[in-house]
Structure formats: structure tokens, C-alpha cells
Ligand binder design. Structure first.
Ligand code: AMP
Length: 372
């Protein structure tokens, strides 16, 4: 890195932040960056919600390395709003500008097999799993890195799965071949289906000096494997917050991570590996951290921007309790009622078509702090 990189010198307001990805996360990052006086350049393969709030845009395929290079040359730092960025794209950007979070963070979170091995290597518990490598008409081969997975299980594709896509339920070993065929015979993990008490997540942020701060735990409810609500504080014993923070900190340090990171957990007090098992990590701002926009002095978006430009981190303290609700598909048609709710903050992503289950916006109801 050159000595003008944000590792050494904080970028001043007026600098330009490049964001790979033009969705709602890019939009909220761009708003936070603009608030701090930065310019924003969005790179995306299709115009999206972030374009409306950024000064510059490039529309080109992520594989177009010349376009990526030109984009990276025109900005002072590059970041991203989604993790499925091809390695070559990240490298083409890094040749011209610092990239945060690190390439290692991208590569670790892109592949469930790599991610689980990484977490296990750090001593962080994950749901017991096997790696499904090869499958012929007659047999299925799998390696068992830890304990033999128990059924019922879930078979998840190693790559390109999100919001429950690329996952099938497997009731017993007899179903495995069919299940693997169903997800296209690609490398996968076979994971014990956890009878969790609840799902929780922590949003952490790491700065260039190695400091790591975390927001309070969110308790998340998924519907059809898509996040529906996040409630803060989570209804969990007090010792879980420091436990989750230590795990997030270990992940941040091991990945040389600068920026906001989400860690999703299953809270399962009765599981032999519990009480916290990591489901997955996301090397980016995260839907379960949207509540920080309205219930904290400094949101996950602002803290991400502060981190990648080498500024001190902002406060992660919560000043209110919060209930964030995602508005999916045509739920956004109730916008007039939501707008009339004076105890909620309303965020609309400006997407055109309200396709079923598409994240169109969210609302966060605030209430007085019940416990720190
Ligand atoms: P994922 O795409 O891995 O985050 O999965 C989406 C959702 O599916 C999670 O938030 C859980 O609600 C559910 N899920 C995923 N893995 C498991 C598991 N091993 N046991 C139980 N539920 C799971």
C-alpha cells in the first residue's frame, strides 16, 4: 500500500468512495458517505437504488476488468455491498485503489466450505457439518471435518446461496442423493438442522488500527428464510453479548478486516456445541443492522465509511430499543399508513417493481431504552 492509503492517512471530506454494487445497501452507504462530505461512485452491472443518491455511476459487467480499473483509478478507496464479487474483479480494483474489506474477507465468505473451516480453525463453533464433494449416480462422497452431521439436515450449496436460496432439507441419508441432484450436484455442505431458541446477529466494525466495536445483539425472525424483523435488545442472557463480541473480534482480526461485518448466530443453549453457533458471516453492512440508522448515534453505514477512510469509529451505543421490520414485495403499498406512524422511521429503497419477497424498504419502531 502506498503511504497515501487510508491505513496511514485518513481521507479528507471531498475524497471519493467507490462502491461495487448498486442495491439498497449501496444506497444507504452512499447516503452515509455523502453526510460526511464524500463523493460516491457506484459500479454495478445494472442501474439500481444506489444510483439515485450517488454523484457518479458506471454500468458494466463485474468481469469487465478495464471498466473496473477505470472505476478504481477515479476513486480514493473501493468497498462493496455484496460478497459475490469475482476474485479477478477485486484484484483489478486493488491494483488502483485500496480495497476494504480485505480480499481475504471476500474469499472466506463466498464459499461455505472455506468459511466453516476458517471459523472452526479460530475455535468458533458452527453447526456440525460435512462437505459434500462428489456425487455419481450410485454414490455420494462426503468428507466429515468435524462430527458426523445429524439428521434432519440442510444441504447448502457452497457458493452463491443467500436468503435460503441453494438450500434443501434432507430428512435422512436416503434423501441425500436426490437433494444433491436438486441443487445441481455442486460442492455443498450438509449441515445439521439446528433446533435453535432464536436467531441473533452482531454487527461489528473494525478500523485501520485494529479497534473493533460492536452494536447490541439483534434477535432476528426469518419468514421463508428471508429476514422479516430484528428486535433490539435480543431476549438473551447478558453473557451472550460479550461472547458474540469476542467471536466477531476474532474474525475481524483474522481477516485483517476494515469496515462493518455481520455475524449471524443460532442461539441454542441446549446444543452440545452451544450456546452460540455461527451460521454465517457477511463481509458488509447487513439487513439485521438497519436498526442502527435510527437507534444509534452512528449507524453501521456511517461506521463502515468511517473505517474505510481511516477515520475514528463512531459510537455504537444504542439510545433506544428498536423493532425493524422489512417491507417485502407489495407490503410497501401500505406506505401511507407507515408514513403516518410517528414512532417509526421509514426507509424506502426506490425500487421499481414490488416483486414478491423483494426488499422494498423497512421501518424501525423506536421505544425508550429498557436495558443497556
Ligand atoms: P442462510 O442462507 O444459511 O443464512 O439460511 C437462511 C435461514 O435458513 C437462516 O437464517 C435460518 O433461519 C435457516 N437455516 C439455515 N441453516 C440452518 C440450520 N443449520 N438449522 C436450522 N435453520 C437453518
Amino acid at each position: 500500500m502506498s503511504d497515501t492509503s487510508p491505513k496511514n492517512t485518513p481521507l479528507p471530506p471531498g475524497s471519493t468512495i467507490g462502491i461495487l454494487g448498486g442495491g439498497q445497501l449501496g444506497r444507504m452507504l452512499a447516503v452515509a458517505a455523502t453526510q460526511l462530505g464524500f463523493h460516491v461512485h457506484i459500479f454495478s452491472d445494472t442501474p439500481g437504488p444506489a444510483f439515485e443518491v450517488a454523484q457518479s455511476h458506471t454500468v458494466a459487467p463485474y468481469e469487465d476488468e478495464a471498466a473496473i480499473a477505470a472505476f478504481a483509478r477515479s476513486v480514493d478507496v473501493v468497498t462493496y455491498e455484496f460478497e459475490n464479487i469475482p476474485r479477478a474483479t477485486a484484484e483489478a480494483a486493488m491494483a488502483h485503489a485500496p480495497l476494504h474489506p480485505s480480499l481475504k474477507a471476500l474469499e472466506t465468505s463466498q464459499d461455505r466450505i472455506v468459511e466453516k473451516a476458517f471459523l472452526s480453525g479460530l475455535g468458533i463453533p458452527v453447526a456440525p457439518y460435512a462437505v459434500v464433494t462428489r456425487h455419481t449416480k450410485k454414490s455420494i462422497n462426503y468428507d466429515v471435518p468435524g462430527a458426523q452431521p445429524k439428521y434432519p439436515a440442510l444441504l447448502k450449496t457452497a457458493r452463491f446461496g443467500y436468503d435460503g436460496k441453494g438450500q434443501v432439507r434432507v430428512e435422512s441419508e436416503d434423501d441425500l442423493t436426490d437433494a444433491h441432484t436438486q441443487i445441481g450436484l455442486v460442492p455443498s455442505v450438509l449441515e445439521e438442522r439446528i433446533a435453535f431458541a432464536r436467531e441473533i446477529s452482531i454487527i461489528a466494525v473494525g478500523d485501520v488500527d485494529g479497534n473493533v466495536n460492536s452494536y447490541d445483539l439483534a434477535e432476528n425472525v426469518h419468514e421463508n428464510q428471508i429476514l422479516k424483523t430484528s428486535m433490539i435488545p435480543a431476549n438473551v442472557p447478558d453473557n451472550l453479548m460479550p461472547m458474540a463480541h469476542v467471536m466477531a473480534e476474532r474474525i475481524v482480526r483474522a481477516l485483517d478486516y476494515v469496515g462493518t461485518l455481520a455475524v449471524e448466530f443460532f442461539h441454542c443453549p441446549d446444543h452440545p456445541e452451544g450456546p452460540l453457533l455461527v451460521n454465517e458471516i457477511a463481509p458488509r453492512v447487513h439487513n439485521s443492522g438497519h436498526w442502527t440508522l435510527d437507534a444509534c448515534l452512528c449507524s453501521q453505514f456511517e461506521n463502515h465509511i468511517r473505517a474505510i477512510v481511516g477515520w475514528p469509529l463512531g459510537s455504537t451505543r444504542r439510545h433506544s430499543d428498536a423493532l425493524m421490520t422489512n417491507l417485502l414485495g407489495d407490503e410497501i403499498t401500505t406506505w401511507a399508513d407507515i408514513a403516518a406512524d410517528t414512532s417509526s422511521a421509514f426507509h424506502v429503497y426506490g425500487k421499481g417493481e414490488a416483486r414478491s419477497a423483494r426488499k422494498m424498504g423497512h421501518m424501525t419502531r423506536l421505544s425508550p431504552l429498557t436495558r443497556e
